[in-house]
Design a protein around this ligand. Structure first.
Ligand code: SAH
Ligand code: SF4
Length: 402
C-alpha cells in the first residue's frame, strides 16, 4: 500500500483529541520506560544525590535517621556551591559529613573527551556509570560573557531524520535526571563557574538548550525532573526563560511541557509540506504539520516576548526555494514565532549539501519581509564535530544477556 500525502490536506484531529492525546501520552511514557536509565547507585552501593528532587533528598535523609531539613542544606551545597566533596560542606558538622560519605556521593560523569574549537566552542563527551556516553556542547556568546550549554537527553535517538548524524545511531537508552543535570554541572566545573551567580550577574553558562542528542519529549519525565532542579531558585536558579527545549514535533507531549515546565519551545520544522517532511523528519508521518502547528497555537508558554523558534535546516535544492519560504511564512503567520535558519552541517557519510549563501540570504529576506526575525545560525565548532546535528557516539545498545 502506498501512503500518499499532500501538503496540509490531512484531516484535522477531531474533538476527541484531548482524550486521544492522553492515551498517546501513556503510550509514549510506556515506550520510554523500556529505555530507562540504570539506578543512580555506585558499585559499592552508595547513592548519587545529584538528580534527586527536593522531596527525594528529604526522604533519603530520613532513611538514614536525619532530619528532613538537611535536604535544604545539601541542596545549597550541591546546586549553589557546586560541591562534590562532603568535607567541604562547612555548615554540616564533621560526624554528619562522615555519615553522608558512607551512604552517598555527589557525582559527575567521567569526561572521556574535551575538545575546544578554534571558535571557542567546547565539546564534552561524558561517560556515565554504565559506560554509555553522550555529548554536551558549550557555545560561548561571541560578544558577551555568556553562552549556551547544549545538552543531550538520550544516548542515540529513535527517530531518524535524514540530515542528522544522531539519527544514524539507534536509541541506546534515555538519560536519567542526574545525567541530564550533571552535564550542565560538569560543563560548569570546566569553566570554574561555582557558586551559581545570583540574579542578573553575568554567567558564562547562562542558557540551556535541549538540542543535543535525542528527542527530549520522548524522555519527558527525566527531562522535566532535571529542568525542575536546574530552575530551583536556591540552586542553579536558571529561569525558565533561559531554557529552550527543541522537539522534532512530539505533539502530545508539547502541551504538557508548556503547562508543567513553561520553558521556551523550539520546533525542528525543516519542511513546509507533509510530503517532504514525511521523508526528512519521519515523525511527521505520525504528527503531521497541521497537528504540529495546532499544538504550537496552544503552547501555553509562548508570548510575543517569548516566541516559539522554528528551526529550519537549509538543504540545497530540497527545501530552500522561494515557494518554501512563502509557505513557511503562511504556516507561522499569527503565531508568536521567530525562525532560525540553520545551514546544513555535513557529517561523514551525509547525503545533503548546504544551501548557497545567496539562497540563504534570499530565503531569509522573504521571511523577514513578512515581519519575522530570521537569523542565520552560524555553525559553531564544526572542526570538532560539535555543530548542530553532528553529534553521535560509539555507544551501542547492550544485548541483554540471557
Ligand atoms: N531531537 C530534537 C532535539 C535535537 S536538536 C530535535 O530534533 O529538535 C538538534 C537540532 O539540530 C535540530 O533542530 C535538528 O534538526 C538540527 N540538525 C540535525 N542535523 C543537523 C545538521 N546536519 N545540520 C544542521 N542542523 C542539524
Ligand atoms: Fe533525533 Fe532530533 Fe536528530 Fe531527528 S534531528 S534524529 S529527532 S536528534
Amino acid at each position: 500500500m502506498t501512503v500518499t500525502s499532500h501538503p496540509n490536506t490531512r484531516p484535522r484531529i477531531n474533538d476527541a483529541s484531548i482524550n486521544l492525546n492522553e492515551a498517546e501520552r501513556e503510550r509514549i511514557r510506556a515506550k520510554s520506560a523500556l529505555f530507562a536509565p540504570p539506578d543512580a547507585v555506585m558499585k559499592d552501593g552508595r547513592r548519587d544525590l545529584v538528580g534527586m528532587s527536593r522531596e527525594e533528598l528529604a526522604s533519603v535523609m530520613v532513611e538514614i535517621g536525619e532530619k528532613p531539613f538537611r535536604a535544604k542544606q545539601l541542596w545549597h551545597w550541591i546546586y549553589h556551591q557546586g560541591a562534590t566533596d562532603f568535607s567541604t560542606m562547612s555548615t554540616i558538622a564533621k560526624p554528619l559529613q562522615e555519615k553522608l560519605k558512607e551512604h552517598f556521593v555527589v557525582a559527575r560523569p567521567e569526561t572521556s573527551l574535551e575538545q575546544t574549537s578554534t571558535d571557542e566552542t567546547r565539546k564534552f563527551l561524558f561517560r556515565f556509570r554504565d559506560g554509555q556516553e553522550a555529548e554536551t556542547v558549550y557555545i560561548p556568546d561571541r560578544r558577551e560573557d555568556r553562552g549556551a550549554v547544549c545538552i543531550s537527553s538520550q544516548v542515540g535517538c529513535t527517530l531518524s531524520c535524514t540530515f542528522c548524524h544522531t539519527g544514524t545511531q539507534k536509541l541506546v537508552r534515555n538519560l536519567g535526571a542526574a545525567e541530564i543535570v550533571s552535564q550542565f554541572m560538569a560543563a560548569r566545573d570546566s569553566y570554574n563557574e561555582w557558586p551559581s551567580p545570583h540574579g542578573d550577574t553575568p554567567r558564562l553558562l547562562s542558557t540551556i538548550v535541549l538540542m543535543g542528542m535525542g528527542e527530549p519529549l520522548y524522555n519527558y519525565d527525566n527531562v522535566a525532573k532535571a529542568m525542575r532542579i536546574v530552575m530551583d531558585g536556591e540552586g542553579i536558579a536558571l529561569s525558565r526563560r533561559r531554557i529552550t527545549l527543541s522537539t522534532s514535533g512530539v505533539v502530545p507531549m508539547m502541551d504538557r511541557c508548556g503547562e508543567e515546565l513553561g520553558v521556551n519551545l523550539a520546533i525542528s520544522l525543516h519542511a513546509v509540506t507533509n510530503e517532504l517532511r514525511d521523508q526528512i523528519v519521519p515523525l511527521n508521518r505520525k504528527y503531521p504539520i497541521e497537528e504540529l502547528m495546532a499544538a504550537c497555537q496552544r503552547y501555553p508558554a509562548a508570548t510575543n516576548s517569548r516566541r516559539i523558534t522554528f528551526e529550519y535546516i537549509m538543504l540545497r535544492g530540497i527545501n530552500d526555494s522561494d515557494a518554501d519560504a512563502r509557505e513557511l511564512v503562511r504556516l507561522i503567520r499569527g503565531l508568536p514565532a521567530k525562525v532560525n535558519l540553520i545551514p546544513f552541517n555535513p557529517w561523514p557519510g551525509s547525503d545533503y549539501l548546504p544551501s548557497t549563501r545567496e539562497r540563504l540570504a534570499k530565503f531569509a529576506k522573504i521571511v523577514m519581509d513578512a515581519g519575522f526575525s530570521a537569523p542565520i545560525r552560524m555553525p559553531r565548532g564544526q572542526d570538532i564535530l560539535a555543530a548542530c546535528g553532528q553529534l553521535r557516539t560509539e555507544s551501542e545498545r547492550q544485548r541483554k544477556s540471557a
